[in-house]
Design a protein. Structure first.
Length: 76
């Protein structure tokens, strides 16, 4: 059984540096087309189901804008 992970982004903290995107081994991280209150394109997930929960993005983020949780049974 594969583990599933939930990525939580805090777009208001993100400055669009793309460090998270550069370290994601599965290419899950993208930059949003929307801009945040600071005028940056914040990180977001594309194809979240590909996330392996390595935490590389969360560890690399200098602004603490990403959290990763293991999904529980029944989580969406």
């Amino acid at each position: 059984m594969m583990r599933a992970f939930k990525l939580v982004f805090h777009p208001e903290r993100c400055k669009g540096c793309e460090l998270c995107k550069s370290v994601c081994p599965k290419g899950v991280i993208a930059m949003s087309h929307q801009v945040n209150q600071k005028g940056y394109h914040p990180a977001c997930a594309q194809e979240e189901e590909k996330c392996i929960g390595c935490q590389s993005c969360a560890l690399m983020c200098p602004d603490g804008a990403i959290e990763i949780y293991q999904k529980e049974e029944g989580d969406q």
